[in-house]
Design a protein around this ligand. Structure first.
Ligand code: SAH
Ligand code: SF4
Length: 346
């Protein structure tokens, strides 16, 4: 552990700024990990406190028109048993979540074109009446669609940039365009959504420079939430044989993001838990302050296979809030009672 690198941690903790080469050095040196995680935990406590925000995740359709090479839901994967929930079922799941005490419902799906603007607006309006905040994670849409959803009551939007290395983006998101994804993020921001983005950690060919670039991008785009997770190879995709990202690198990215963007919301993601038992709890102690329990029924959840191992995770949606609460309290934290909007301090 060299003094220079320890100095970067101190600098990040006090000024919330690092250069790209400094981030690369932190990512490359594993002797500083404990100091890095401890600093991120202190900054988390100082800026967002001990409350953990819970968001109820509903995976409402696994149809997707896109063909992202890393993802199990990609259009060309004919091994997927495709489903889409009826609008009434989605609202019913949201009602159950609200009844359990969740203050936010996250609606996630592949890019399923059968959910027209009118259909989505109707679902969003009905869920909004339940008195919860709504997060959407339904992919790339036009400005007008984003506007319609916002006016219907959607508060937040999650759209990961996935990687800011344009070459890799082109390779792994063959039908998509990097500039259009950035356009989406800017549109969402301008419409007043709380903006969530993030990236995959450990895509084949991705370097620490690329990851440092991702972190700087998050700041530039004005993100309010950052969701990151290790890339986990899915056997039914072109990246089946890839090694995948490591838990350690993912959690280091999380910690650095907390140091540089101290007041944002950062989830401890399911992909982290998939690689390491209790991985989400460790993430909560390394800068994270959000958990997104899955409240989709087990049958559909098992078909929403972005990557292997994901489905086995959550237990019954109706029991999980109690077990999540217990785990959160076991590390000296508590479940937030409010909507969990970002409270900007800088
Ligand atoms: N279709 C929407 C939302 C569903 S995908 C969208 O793409 O925005 C949600 C996230 O799952 C993606 O952003 C991606 O980062 C993640 N994901 C997909 N395949 C993965 C894999 N193999 N390992 C880890 N995360 C993956
Ligand atoms: Fe579709 Fe999202 Fe998977 Fe890409 S990452 S294939 S857009 S579900």
């Amino acid at each position: 552990m060299t003094n220079a690198i320890v100095g970067f941690i101190t600098k990040a903790e006090t000024t919330h700024q690092l250069t790209k080469p400094e981030i690369v050095q932190l990512l490359s040196d594993d002797t500083i990990n404990d100091a890095l995680f401890a600093a991120a935990d202190r900054v988390r406590k100082k800026y967002v406190g001990d409350a953990v925000q819970l968001r109820a995740l509903i995976e409402f359709s696994n149809y997707c028109r896109q063909n992202c090479c890393y993802c199990g839901l990609r259009r060309d994967n004919d091994k997927v048993d495709r489903y889409r929930l009826e609008p009434e079922t989605i609202v019913e799941f949201a009602k159950n979540a609200a009844g359990m005490g969740y203050k936010t419902v996250v609606l996630q799906s592949g890019e399923d074109m059968s959910f027209t603007v009118d259909k989505m607006v109707s679902i969003i309006s009905k869920i909004k009446k339940l008195g919860v905040a709504i997060t959407l994670s339904i992919g790339e849409k036009s400005y007008d669609e984003y506007k319609a959803y916002r006016e219907a009551g959607a508060d937040r939007y999650l759209l990961r940039i996935e990687t800011t290395n344009r070459e890799l983006y082109k390779k792994y998101d063959p039908d998509m365009d990097f500039d259009n994804r950035v356009r989406c993020l800017k549109d969402l921001k301008s419409l007043g959504y709380e903006l969530g983005t993030g990236s995959l950690i450990g895509l084949p060919g991705q370097t620490f420079e690329d990851m440092a670039g991702d972190i700087l991008f998050f700041g530039e785009i004005g993100a309010d939430m950052i969701g990151m997770g290790p890339f986990i190879a899915n056997p039914d995709t072109p990246l089946a044989a890839a090694e995948g990202g490591t838990y350690t690198t993912a959690i280091k990215m999380l910690a650095i993001v907390r140091l540089l963007m101290p007041d944002i919301n950062i989830p401890a993601t399911t992909a982290m838990e998939t690689l390491t038992p209790e991985g989400r709890l460790v993430a909560l102690k390394s800068g994270a302050n959000v958990v997104m329990p899955n409240v989709t029924d087990a049958d559909h959840r098992s078909k929403y296979n972005l990557y292997p191992g994901k489905a086995r995770l959550a237990d019954s949606p109706f029991r999980s809030i109690a077990s999540v609460r217990e785990k959160i309290e076991s590390i000296g934290r508590f479940v937030s009672e409010d909507f969990g909007y970002r409270i900007k301090t800088k």
